[in-house]
Write a protein that binds this ligand. Sequence first.
Ligand code: AR6
Length: 182
Amino acid sequence: MEEKKLINGRLIIVSGDITRMTCDAIVNAANSSLMGGGGVDGAIHRAGGPGILKECKEIRKNRYPDGLPTGEAVATGAGNLPAHHVIHTVGPVWHGGNSGESEKLSRCYRRSLEEAAKLKLKSIAFPAISTGIYGYPKENAARIAYNAVYNFLDSADLPQTVYFVFYSPGDAALFMDVMDLR
Ligand code: AR6
């Protein structure tokens, strides 16, 4: 799929492996333990090496002994990855939609963007948080992700560029369909 640009070119939709992205930060769809897992979380820790886990353990010890709450985000280095930072966030598990899932998912995007802005980062790449193992319906998640990024960029100069990285071309196409952009 060719890349599509939205929001004055500041949001770019691509498909591929987020661990290969060369931008300032990639976002990890982690769990509250911050100790790694499956999906994109496993891929990031595997490709980035043990340095990321070491920093996550420090964060757990010093700042979040009970785990990173859902919707919160923290930054670490990126080890061997081409990106410079990993921003770890914890998406909501889908429980049917009446358990505050949309607010929590929206908060993941906003808090990750705030962390990127705090670090003065120019570019950040998001996976489709919660839409894998956590079971969030992809169509709903697409709208929430887009709105959260749109609202943030509306009043922020940094990050300049946001990437949505869909693991499969089909998921990228679904996003474009949901947003009525094809
Ligand atoms: N690059 C980009 N996107 C990817 C990649 C990749 N390398 N690998 C998977 N995806 P998931 P969640 C997509 O399950 O639903 C973990 O065990 C995938 O196709 O990774 O938030 C954590 O430790 C999907 O669209 O994250 C947590 O326990 C999206 O990334 C739990 O899973 C998110 O799928 C988090 O579940």
